[in-house]
Design a protein around this ligand. Structure first.
Ligand code: SF4
Length: 268
């Protein structure tokens, strides 16, 4: 697979471990509860329910590998099933990761993995049907302009990345929205009904947002937090441009070269 990288490998290893661990837990539960349940329910029904649960955690895994390693164009229901499967496994994966550091790596690899699945589809979506969803924390904290309702209020003064995002959105035709939180982000998605989203956020918000809007294709782009979380964050606009190029099939190279005029932010 072209997008198989270290992050995806890491994610798949943990997904396999989580699937086996969950199936083992269910099997143990079954062996413990079976004698007691046999008093109230037919043994066959108990075996069937636990059997389905155990295999339910094991069988979708090969499907997941098929999606990752082959060029199979996944039908929407299959993709949805695999995504839901991963969603179920993720808490167990986090549990297995143990340390904070490894959980952090796992979250990043999850985003990478989800991005890979979207990129693999070779979508060609008109730019005007793409929503670039940016968090409010990208805005310079002392900016007097209100951009969450109307991003065009940005004067592109160069103090933060919003100016560059606005420039890219105008040149590409993609819709740019700045959300002050998860609720507003969901409202924007409902109102604008995009065909694809490029979301900018931290690991936690990206994962919950990407899971929430399934099966809509979402590419996640992590923001950089040089001043700590939720404060004057940055984003790699060239990476965003590349994502838009992949989604639209267009080339915004000229646009990419023009970022410098709007990216001398944070030189206060
Ligand atoms: S680029 Fe300037 S005007 Fe635009 S949001 Fe940032 S600080 Fe405000």
């Amino acid at each position: 697979m072209r997008y198989m990288d270290k992050g995806t490998t890491f994610f798949l290893v943990y997904a396999a471990l989580a699937a086996v661990a969950t199936a083992l837990c269910l099997w143990l539960l079954w062996t413990v509860m079976r004698p007691g349940l046999a008093y109230y329910l037919p043994a066959m029904a108990v075996n069937l329910v636990f059997g389905l649960l155990v295999w339910g955690f094991l069988l979708p895994f090969p499907l997941l590998l098929l999606l990752v390693f082959t060029s199979w164009k996944q039908p929407a229901p299959v993709r949805r099933t695999v995504m839901q499967y991963i969603r179920f496994l993720y808490p167990m994966m986090r549990h297995l990761a143990g340390t904070k550091q490894r959980k952090h790596v796992l979250a990043r690899s999850y985003i990478q993995f989800l991005n890979g699945l979207v990129l693999k589809q070779n979508l060609h979506i008109p730019a005007e049907r793409i929503l670039v969803l940016a968090p409010h924390c990208l805005q310079w904290d002392q900016c007097p302009h209100k951009i969450t309702r109307r991003v065009d209020n940005c004067r592109q003064c160069g103090h933060c990345t919003i100016g560059s995002l606005l420039d890219l959105s105008r040149r590409s035709g993609a819709h740019l929205a700045v959300a002050s939180g998860g609720t507003q982000a969901r409202q924007l998605v409902c109102a604008l009904r995009p065909k694809a989203i490029v979301a900018i956020a931290c690991e936690r918000d990206l994962i919950s947002g990407m899971e929430d809007v399934l099966p809509l294709p979402v590419l996640g782009l992590l923001n950089e937090r040089p001043y700590g979380p939720c404060f004057n964050t940055h984003v790699d606009v060239s990476a965003l441009c590349r994502f838009l190029e992949r989604l639209t099939g267009e080339n915004y190279e000229r646009t990419r070269n023009s970022f410098s005029q709007f990216t001398h932010y944070m030189q206060r």
